[in-house]
Design a protein. Structure first.
Length: 229
């Protein structure tokens, strides 16, 4: 039987292998990363990062789920992204040492591997091509952000709900499902609309046979979701 240390080493290894930053690294290079990351656990609904605060650590999600969002003074929020195991966040402030661009809270109990700016620099000294991998990932983030801007600017709420459902859906047992534990308010916060509006659109999509809404999931029956009413 593995002892705790071995198990934790194996878990870290598989986490790092799953994080896009590190998938292309060799075992020896991964060892360098592993040696500088520390593990942190958070309960459900914990604030991990707060928009506007200083911080210089990168978080790799070993287990759990988080939401990345920006908010205003009235408590309204726009969810930018949901992230799960193998994803990472906090890379922007780690790299440019500017305040956090968004807040991050846990949607369930989560375990992260955390790396500070100085640890990251040590990694780059020893494994210079990490810098190239980082650039690639940042380019990907900008692409996704461009897509989101396009969706918000060019589609009406109906289309935004439809495209968000398709973005979140995964194939499970041959069915295309959105099984994130998302409330209608969360969905509304992802598309920049009111909960009531999202509720009406989901009902309409369901009445027209495009989706079926169960208590904890939404099944996409016909993936040609209409972009408008
Ligand atoms: P940082 O600015 O350090 O802290 C907040 C983090 O949220 C940020 O790094 C990114 O990791 C993450 N983040 C910000 N904007 C987006 C986005 N549009 N999509 C995914 N993640 C984001």
């Amino acid at each position: 039987m593995q002892n705790t240390r071995q198990r934790s080493h194996t878990e870290r290894s598989s986490t790092l292998k799953a994080v896009p930053f590190f998938t292309q690294l060799t075992e020896r290079e991964l060892d360098v990363v592993r040696s500088v990351a520390t593990e942190k656990q958070y309960p459900k609904n914990a604030v991990v990062l707060t928009e506007g605060e200083m911080g210089d650590s990168l978080y790799m999600i070993q287990s759990g789920k988080v939401k990345v969002f920006i908010g205003d003074q009235d408590g309204r929020e726009m969810i930018l992204k949901l992230l799960g195991p193998g994803d990472f966040f906090g890379e922007m402030s780690m790299i440019d040492k500017q305040p956090r661009s968004a807040s991050v809270t846990t949607l369930e109990g989560s375990v992260f591997l955390v790396m500070s700016h100085s640890s990251f620099e040590k990694c780059i000294e020893q494994v210079p091509r990490i810098a190239t991998i980082v650039m690639r990932i940042l380019a990907q983030r900008v692409r996704e952000a461009d897509k989101k801007i396009g969706t918000l600017a060019l589609m009406d709420v109906y289309g935004r709900v439809a495209s968000t459902l398709l973005e979140l859906a995964v194939v499970d047992n041959g069915k295309m499902m959105v099984s994130e534990k998302l409330s209608q308010q969360d969905l509304a916060n992802m598309v920049g609309a009111s909960r009531e509006m999202v509720n009406r659109i989901l009902k309409d999509l369901s009445d027209r046979g495009f989706i079926s809404v169960e208590s904890k999931s939404i099944t996409i029956i016909n993936r040609e979701l209409p972009p408008s009413l």
